[in-house]
Design a protein around this ligand. Structure first.
Ligand code: UDP
Length: 332
């Protein structure tokens, strides 16, 4: 079976690629290396079942050429992060929406047997109901969340109109080795691990009682592969989370270090918590890695963050100006 992983040089994508190769699949990675890194694939680059295509998802001709002979598509390629999406909404629209329509058309042209989309739980915004099920309304708060959601809508639409066998997995706070460390201020694990290595205090937002449904990357990879292999058509949206939220204070206790407190960010939920009944029932998937085990794995791999930027309250304030400016007030 030939698989294609868009965004395969990224954090989650590279873990997926390793697992697919372990299972004996042929894997073709499509990535423009704008935020992904080829070094994330160093463990597999010599594998004879592995191919790399440096392609931008916006370039339809090249996407189509890369899709020749493919059976299963994992579409993870996207621009991530909140603040840059507020600053450059068009870039996010091109990559995450237009890029997704290109992937769908390329997949349709070669008649793939399944397409799995990595969607984002950020579409729920600040939900009314916890744990949050797939039936809750979508309330995107910023262009990243909106464009990932529009991508999901395209995927479901192609499923409906063209009969493409699709599933959209809404991922909750994924963490694990190689969690992205670009220059952008983002995901808490990369921020805290770099701070720990530098002997600096953890920048805890608010009072640290907010909770997140942190989901370990190997569990996410298993969910993506289960959705691709399921005999039954999946045909819709599935949450992927641990189902057990943990607070930032709990994380800090496990990581063990000094703390400094910084202001809460507007539009940020106090809680993310996935209702995972649907994926349990549909795919028989359940998370395997506890929060304590996952955090221990992060600490065991902490050297990865040695070169990562070390954030402090002032650099975080400066990097978050547009967040406060645009999300901090109600317009109109
Ligand atoms: N967080 C924090 N300090 C930081 C960055 C994040 O305390 O320097 C907290 C943040 O308030 C949130 C959690 O970590 O509760 C996860 O934040 P992240 O940006 O990784 O994900 P998201 O907010 O999108 O769920």
């Amino acid at each position: 079976m030939k698989t294609i992983v868009t965004g395969g040089a990224g954090f989650i994508g590279s873990h997926l690629v390793e697992k697919l190769l372990d299972f004996g699949y042929e894997v073709r990675v499509v990535d423009n290396l704008s935020t992904g890194q080829f070094s994330n694939l160093s463990a597999v680059s010599g594998n004879s079942n592995f191919e790399f295509h440096q392609v931008d998802l916006v370039d339809f001709e090249s996407v189509q050429a890369a899709f020749k002979g493919v059976d299963i598509v994992f579409h993870l390629g996207a621009l991530a992060d909140i603040v840059p999406s507020i600053q450059h909404p068009l870039a996010y629209f091109h990559a995450n929406v237009h890029g997704t329509s290109n992937v769908l058309e390329a997949a349709r042209a070669v008649n793939v047997s399944r397409l799995i989309y990595a969607a984002s739980s950020s579409c729920y915004g600040i939900p009314d109901v916890y744990p949050t099920s797939e039936a809750e309304p979508v309330r995107a708060q910023y262009p990243y969340a909106l464009t990932k959601y529009l991508g999901e809508e395209l995927v479901l639409h192609w499923g409906k109109v063209y009969g493409l066998s699709v599933a959209s997995l809404r991922l909750f706070n994924v963490y694990g080795p190689r969690a992205r460390t670009s220059g952008t201020y983002g995901a808490v694990f990369g921020v805290f691990l770099a701070q720990k290595l530098a002997g600096k205090p953890f920048t805890v937002i608010g009072d640290g009682t907010q909770v997140r449904d942190f989901t370990y990357v190997s569990d996410v990879v298993n969910a993506l592969i289960s959705a691709a292999r399921s005999e039954e058509a999946v045909g819709g949206v599935l949450n992927v989370g641990s189902g057990i939220p943990h607070s930032i204070n709990q994380l800090v206790t496990l990581l063990d270090g000094e703390v400094t407190y910084i202001p809460r960010r507007p539009g940020e939920p106090d809680c993310t918590w996935a209702n995972i009944e649907k994926i349990r029932n549909t795919l028989g998937w359940k998370p395997q890695v506890s929060f304590e085990q996952g955090v221990a794995q992060m600490l065991a791999n902490i050297e990865y963050w040695r070169e990562a930027p070390v954030w402090d309250p002032e650099s975080i304030r400066a990097a978050s100006v547009d967040w406060f400016k645009y999300l901090g007030k109600k317009h109109g």
